[in-house]
Design a binder for this molecule. Structure first.
Ligand code: ZN
Length: 221
């Protein structure tokens, strides 16, 4: 069965930012390819490279195209993936989807961080969403410049807003290139962040159970 698309592009708001650019409802301006190419060329010059040598000639254009794809989440509304909902009257147990792979970019160094997400929620009145949509939700917010803590919170908040469950718990484990490739070069170290909402924030026993199902016990914390 082919999955129905729940992709919803971000919409322009008519509001301009301090730089005169029109913002979309996610708070971002449109990507300016020409400007980006120019900036990459400047970057190459700034690091002492020759941007006109054979291997680098096409690099600004390539980086611009790649960036558009890697940051595509700035031009979509990730929450929309949760709007296709189902009624399952017997669903009064925790729903857990774990090991959802994601890749994102740390906004401090514009270097990738990648890892897995676990999303847990307790349905209210048997209202659930498609399991694959949770992955799309995660990836939508991940394909932006991020800090892991905010990414975690955005996923949890989107769940609460769109699906209105009794509670939600989101756990992200990721390896940050800015830690493993530079600085302290702590290869293999994982950063784990957690966001709990509703009963999963308030009920310690339920939260413990949710963490266990999410596989949080696997990382030593
Ligand atoms: Zn970083």
């Amino acid at each position: 069965m082919r999955e129905s698309s729940t992709f919803e592009p971000a919409h322009l708001t008519g509001t301009k930012d301090a730089y005169g650019r029109e913002l979309n409802d996610q708070g971002f301006a449109e990507i300016d390819e020409e400007r980006l190419e120019h900036a990459v060329r400047e970057f190459l010059l700034a690091i002492g490279e020759n941007p006109d040598r054979e291997g680098l000639k096409e690099t600004p254009a390539r980086v611009a195209r790649a960036t558009e794809e890697l940051l595509s989440g700035m031009w979509e509304e990730p929450k929309a993936h949760l709007r296709k909902q189902f009624e399952a009257p017997d669903s009064d147990e925790l729903v857990v989807v774990r090991d959802i792979p994601f890749e994102s970019f740390c906004e401090h160094h514009i270097l990738p961080f990648r890892g897995t997400a676990a999303v847990v929620y307790l349905p209210k009145h048997g209202r659930i969403c498609g399991l694959s949509k949770l992955g799309r939700l995660v990836q939508g917010y991940a394909h932006r410049l991020q800090v892991q803590e905010r990414l975690t919170a955005q996923i949890a908040d989107a769940l609460m807003e769109e699906l209105d469950p009794e509670g939600a718990l989101v756990i992200l484990s990721a390896e940050h290139s800015c830690m493993t490739m530079r600085g302290i070069k702590s290869t293999g170290s994982l950063t784990v962040t957690e966001a709990a909402r509703g009963v999963l924030a308030d009920d310690r026993e339920l939260r413990r159970e949710a963490r266990e199902l999410a596989g949080a016990g696997r990382s030593s914390r």
